[in-house]
Design a protein around this ligand. Structure first.
Ligand SMILES: Cc1cc2nc3c(=O)[nH]c(=O)nc-3n(C[C@H](O)[C@H](O)[C@H](O)COP(=O)(O)O)c2cc1C
Length: 340
């Protein structure tokens, strides 16, 4: 265990008018960071903040948490849960932020990173990085609307040039953002090339608010390296959090994982999905999780193939049990081929 890393990750961090107990946070991930997964992760512990799944700002003001796919939470996570909103209209974004604040959640995160076509076509997500005035106006409108922490998640931009990202960092801070999560990849690059961590250093250097570095942190050594080489204040874990939800507890010195943790974790998620979602949606979510979780297994594809034929969660649980009954070979670190 890297004690130095654990000590750093366990240090509180001020974000706006609030403080969080640790610096390793869950990055936002659509279809993966749902309430059941977050409960699983919380049962291990070690996280500072958790991000919920991205929500469309237009729908949020009237969204009903009892039936919503993404706008739902457990009471126990409210004080460390950030909701990410996506949209292009400053007033709509402000209204959505107000709703998040009214629900008593930790804070609002603005998505300027999503580069999927359906979002960018509407002028939202990473598309706003092409129009810095509008992006800044969105942050300013959200800032005026709420007193809870306002965070911004964004990426390098549309060209492989650090300067726009640095300029934007300054503009976001000036517009009232309380923290940034920065993913140093250009927008058309959907996680195929490695992120350029030195740009995290440039962004951190440009502002006084906390910066969470993000991108390809898959081990405690990666985490230490990104912190040491960029000076960022914390790290947002994405895909590794799905593959090994106990990483937060492990890297912060709370847990020493045993080989049985894989089986227990998969079965526990099935149980939690049953509690939080109706059966068909729960099954889809479990299969989605399994694509990343399978990166831990030498024959992970075989687990995914068998799950694809499971018709319900009971069948999925049977597949998981049968698979682990054969003592499958584990990989020392997750196989990146599973990390799309
Ligand atoms: C399946 C998936 C869904 C994602 N959804 C979102 C999202 O809704 N909003 C967002 O800002 N980033 C999203 N991301 C990007 C992650 O937050 C993160 O920036 C990216 O995965 C790089 O971090 P990692 O290398 O630790 O996975 C998503 C990533 C994945 C893999």
């Amino acid at each position: 265990m890297d004690r130095h890393l654990a000590d750093f990750l366990n240090r509180p961090l001020h974000i706006g008018n609030r403080s969080i107990p640790g610096r390793l946070v869950l990055a936002p991930m659509t279809d993966l960071g749902h309430v059941a997964f977050r409960q699983l992760l919380s049962e291990f512990g070690g996280h500072g903040l958790l991000w919920a799944e991205m929500a469309d700002a237009r729908r949020l003001p009237t969204e009903n948490p009892t039936v919503s796919n993404c706008f739902r939470w457990r009471e126990a996570e409210k004080d460390h849960l950030v909701f990410q909103i996506v949209g292009h209209d400053p007033q709509q974004m402000a209204l959505a932020a107000r709703r998040i604040q009214a629900e008593g959640l930790f804070g609002v995160d603005i998505n300027f990173g999503c580069s999927v076509q359906a979002i960018c076509k509407k002028g939202a997500g990473a598309a706003l990085l092409r129009t810095p005035d509008r992006a800044e106006a969105v942050v300013a409108a959200v800032r005026r609307a709420v007193s809870c922490p306002v965070l911004v998640k964004y990426r390098t931009g549309w060209q492989d040039d650090p300067q726009p990202a640095v300029d934007l960092a300054r503009r976001f801070e000036a517009a009232g953002a309380d923290a940034l999560t920065f993913h140093p990849r250009v927008a058309p690059d959907r996680r195929t090339r490695p992120p350029r961590w030195p740009i995290i250093a440039a962004v951190k250097e440009a502002v006084t608010i906390p910066v969470f570095g993000n991108g390809n942190v898959f081990s405690p050594a990666d985490c230490r390296r990104v912190l040491d080489t960029t000076g960022c204040d914390g790290v947002a874990l994405g895909r590794m959090a799905i593959a090994r939800p106990w990483s937060f507890a492990e890297w912060t010195g709370r847990l020493d994982p045993d080989p049985g943790i894989y089986r227990r974790t998969a079965l526990r998620l099935i149980h939690l999905l049953r509690i939080h979602f109706e059966p068909a949606k729960a099954l889809v979510r479990f299969r989605r999780f399994a694509r990343y979780f399978a990166a831990n297994l030498r024959f992970g594809h075989s687990l995914c193939r068998r799950l694809a034929t499971a018709n319900d969660l009971d069948a999925a649980a049977t597949v998981v049990e049968a698979f682990f009954d054969t003592s499958p070979e584990l990989t020392a670190s997750p196989n990146p081929n599973f990390f799309h």
